[in-house]
Write a protein that binds this ligand. Sequence first.
Ligand code: GDD
Ligand code: MG
Length: 339
Amino acid sequence: SIKPVVLCGGNGTRLWPLSTPRHPKQFLNLLGASSMLEVTLARVQGNPVDGLSFSQPMVIGAERHGELMGGLAGNADILMEPVGKNSAAPVAAAALSADVDDLVLILPADHDIADLGAFHRAVLAGAQAAKTGSIVTFGIIAETPATGYGYIEAASKSGDVIDVVRFVEKPDLETAKSYIASGNFFWNAGIFLFRAGDMIDAFEAHAPDILEAVSAAMPTSKQGTAASFDTAAFEACRSQSIDYAIIEHHDDLKVVPVDMGWSDIGDFQALWERSEKDENGNVLIGNVRAIDCKNCYIRATDTSISVAGRENTVVVAAGGEMLVCDMHTVQSVKELARA
Ligand code: GDD
Ligand code: MG
């Protein structure tokens, strides 16, 4: 069986003021009645298809979100970080906390996947490659030269599991355009599957200092299902993402191309695209009135909002803050975000 490990230490600043450092997007009911974390955990329960079964999941996130994680993580084990050190450290911890021969599936806590069947078939296909020593990535058909993703160059265009020629994390726009034009590139879904022992070897080869710091910080006791890293030892760890620390440097990478209706719900445009709309393309949530509006995302959590005559506009009120912005400038929200 496969051990799912959900990373949920991110901040989601482009969805401010819905998402805040105290209550980031993975703990919010962004799409429907459950939080992103609950939806992520629900994807990796039990025995969804023949030949694929998941063991007890683990959730790794920030100590300051301990209560949020505890409330939403169900039966999962919880591992808490005293400070955020980006994603390499928790991936090392995931590998160290498993048996060397266990297969570990790393999952971001904040993605939408529309086609669960396609996701499960892809994980099953990847498991074969992971058993024989590869680190497996999942490739999304790259449609636009987005610069917020990792790019995976595959040795060929089709196949269930393909050799990776190289992995480039967040290229600049020109580079991304050339990748899209060349055809054999996928976006990295941010989901990784590997044998625990192989990931530990990869850390020894590419980021031994992170492995050493995390090993020293691994918790020695648990309170219920929750455990914490040693603060001083974890604070000494270098902060880097798994993509830069390991994936860009690793030789034995495979990609499983998967068309699963994937979306990194990173900004209000992506959230609007995935949400249920009225006949005018508006998403209206909470105490909201809209007249003569088209393709707007208007959401009120603690006040009422009334809008007339707007198109492609985001209006969001939450936690005593209000955001108004054009649907096409949603990337700048991170510069407006306040703690
Ligand atoms: N536990 C923990 N601690 N989790 C963290 C931390 C941390 O300090 N920092 C980030 N994470 C979690 C986030 O919550 C998210 O689930 C995941 O790690 C990825 O981090 P992001 O910060 O969202 O990364 P990204 O979106 O910029 O890039 C990654 O995802 C893209 C797909 O969405 C990369 O893997 C890209 O290559 C990929 O294309
Ligand atoms: Mg992300």
